[in-house]
Design a protein around this ligand. Sequence first.
Ligand code: ATP
Ligand code: MG
Ligand code: MG
Length: 578
Amino acid sequence: NAMFKVGFLSDVYQEKPLSETVPKIRTRFPPEPNGFLHIGHSKAIAINFGFAKHHGGECILRFDDTNPEGEEERFYNAIREIVTWLGFTPVRETCASDNFERLYELAEDLIQRDGAYICHCTKAEIKAQRGEMEGGQRGGERFACSHRTRPIEESLAEFRAMRDGKYKAGEAALRMKQDITDPNPQMWDLFAWRIMDSEDKQHHRTGGKWKIYPTYDFAHCLCDSIEEISHSLCTTEFELSRVSYDWLCDKLEVYRPNQREYGRLNITGTVLSKRKIIQLVKEGHVRDWDDPRLYTLIALRRRGVPPGAILAFVNDLGVTKNVTNVQVTKFESIVRQYLETTVPRLMVVLEPLKVIIDDLPDDHLELLDCPFSKDPAFGTHNIPFTKTVYIERSDFRAVDSPDYFRLAPGKTVGLLKAPYPITATSFETDASGEVTCVHAKYEKPVEGEAVKKPKSFIHWVGESAEHKSPVRAEIRAFNSLFKSEDPSAHPAGFLADINPDSEEIYKDAMVETGFRDISASAPWPKEEGAVEEGGKEANKHSIRFQGMRVAYFAVDRESTDEKLVLNRIVTLKEEKGK
Ligand code: ATP
Ligand code: MG
Ligand code: MG
């Protein structure tokens, strides 16, 4: 992707040790297929794919499917799709579950090397061994598990029995024989394999074949090793795990990749946790996992955020070991900057108010040739200028004041792109007193007279049946879903922090006909990330534009040929308050 500077990686990631067994830089992005990816994952994706690309290497998409609970086929698909949408192409796709057989062999090998044993202790007993005292306090004296010294042959037999279903979950587990005197808790005889024999939840890919599953600590480093990953890039919570990672590879005398860590990316003012999003969806606070107010990647895509803007955001943060807490306003400002130069401009009226320019003939029709952008490469389109136009209700005031510069009785205002300004002469109201129509005079100068210079220009949409103008739309404007920066800190729970005004709907919005030109040639603009989306459905996400003086918009996936639904991607300027 052209917008993505691969040179963004900090010095830590510039190192390039090449071993003989691994002649090439190879990374992997290892999501667990148990949910939709969120904005934090885009950093992991950008780092893994970006680092490999920078060094002329390759990146694997690996599904880390070692825990059948919660893993589902739709998540494999959604993850694959969103990685592609972000503009990355994995060299291949793998699954940790492809390696179960090999991982099992390695476990037997580890037992034979006196590097693991079968343990039958309870959770409480293991906590005690690790120096955890009653009440959960840590730092007590650590001691070895009584099963640690059992004969290798016995552990091997018991491991096979475990595999063959002799035990129920919790009755036996394979533990690594590490070093409990080491101050690093990742060396305190970690679990390697455990029993997961739930009848109702079979593994999506291996079905009921396995009753035992490897842990992250066992599987991750060995999958990296099997796939000959050169750099295993992960978040800093795994810094202590580097020791067990290296320990296991070395104990088995298999190829050892280099684990390196980077800081997590957190967004404030929202929630990213699966459990919390499930609650929001279930209780109807949001439409679904892709509700544009969420920060899952499918939500950002639905809202209309271009993939390049997400990468620009990650790029802007840079790669450090620090955990980055970023406000949503920072994200939005980058999206705004990105859209400013990459999308066409149109006129959109959220709340239309009819204006009749009385002194124009009834059939007045001028086709104004307007550029789509300041950038001539975007081309031009025609806007019908007619006797009846629609302006924004908020651009008219029945009672004028000297500090008001838009339309009011007696006041002159420019219509963007139109040849001459208009002056309001009178207005009509309905029974409730609401203004229903404004009458105006066209300020076309008679010969020899100067053109009136308006103090300001407003946007508008003309009315022409011949040109199918205006295009009608429902517009959804999103505000923050939560009131505070840290919804989870709310004493009554994060749901109590929900902003009741997180969505404003404009049911009768109008868009100028230039919209038809841009949707006919969508995705617009052609951008690398969007090219691979394919299909009409996906292309809807790529129809984006600036509504002049209003905001940036994108076509929502709920749009049909009969009904256009637009999402507000971001406002034109940062708005104070919510
Ligand atoms: P975790 O690894 O903490 O369980 P997760 O369950 O949300 O994260 P995974 O599917 O395990 O998601 O994540 C896939 C990859 O993305 C992992 O390498 C993980 O470390 C990384 N990742 C997850 N969340 C973030 C984040 N907020 N910032 C950066 N990287 C992240
Ligand atoms: Mg997880
Ligand atoms: Mg994980």
